[in-house]
Design a binder for this molecule. Structure first.
Ligand SMILES: [Zn+2]
Ligand SMILES: [Zn+2]
Length: 240
């Protein structure tokens, strides 16, 4: 009887159907994707070939020398890293995070590992939403991620000093490079520079696409006196 009750409660507590392959999700720690889809998703283990500045993915094996993509040469942050590639289970989890403020337990360990590699940070700053989008959604998914990082590291979150001044269209993943860049130029501003001045900041977001959003945020943060800006995202879109 208890077993039946437990299962029916579990089936209410988390979705049974994997949002990637429609198989059953057995383990609630996996969130909205099944364990097979998680296994098929690239989560970085630290031995991949990545751009040493922006984290662009070149291949599954580490290079014997430092590699750079050079697309990020002008970007204003020091470095950017992600938990994995924006695909399969990770993409499904991020799409869910835009509707429900939940990060699957499955991502806590990778988040811990990644956060432990990022040293000398005073402040976690989520990339802000516009006021309009914040009202529509009710929460900022980047802030949910920043709070998870705060739980792991004990570093405080500042969700108020950096604001987005313009409302930009959604679906940036599908836009071309030029269109993406135009939407984020001058889109951010620091409203409490006294909290930013002299700080070493970790910018937090869900997806790193071209890096222009993170770069523009880093630019205004540095203008306000930030000493250093690094970037952490859940996923990295692979640019075609
Ligand atoms: Zn699946
Ligand atoms: Zn790069």
């Amino acid at each position: 009887m208890f077993k039946g009750l437990k299962n029916s409660l579990l089936s209410i507590a988390f979705p049974v159907e994997c949002r990637v392959c429609q198989a059953e999700v057995i383990d609630s720690n996996d969130g909205v994707a099944c364990s097979d889809c998680w296994e098929a998703t690239t989560i970085f283990l630290g031995n991949e070939m990545l751009c040493s500045k922006c984290g662009a993915f070149f291949g599954p094996r580490a290079a014997p020398i430092e590699v750079r993509c050079h697309q990020c040469d002008e970007h204003h942050y020091e470095s950017a890293s992600s938990l994995g590639i924006y695909e399969k289970a990770l993409a499904a989890s991020i799409l869910r995070l835009k509707n429900e403020p939940l990060i699957p337990n499955r991502l806590v360990e990778p988040l811990k590992q990644r956060a432990s590699l990022i040293s000398d940070i005073d402040l976690l700053v989520p990339i802000p939403l516009s006021k309009q989008r914040m009202i529509e959604r009710g929460f900022n998914q980047a802030e949910i991620i920043a709070k998870s990082v705060a739980n792991i590291t004990g570093i405080p979150v500042d969700s108020h000093s950096l604001v987005r001044t313009t409302h930009t269209p959604m679906h940036r993943v599908g836009m071309d490079k030029r269109a993406r860049e135009l939407t984020v130029v001058n889109a951010f501003k620091v409203v409490r520079p006294n909290l930013i001045k002299g700080s070493r900041i970790l910018l937090v977001d869900d997806v790193f696409t071209s890096g222009s959003t993170a770069s523009n945020c880093a630019k205004v943060l540095k203008k306000a006196g930030a000493e250093r800006v690094k970037v952490l995202t859940l996923a990295r879109a692979v640019m075609k």
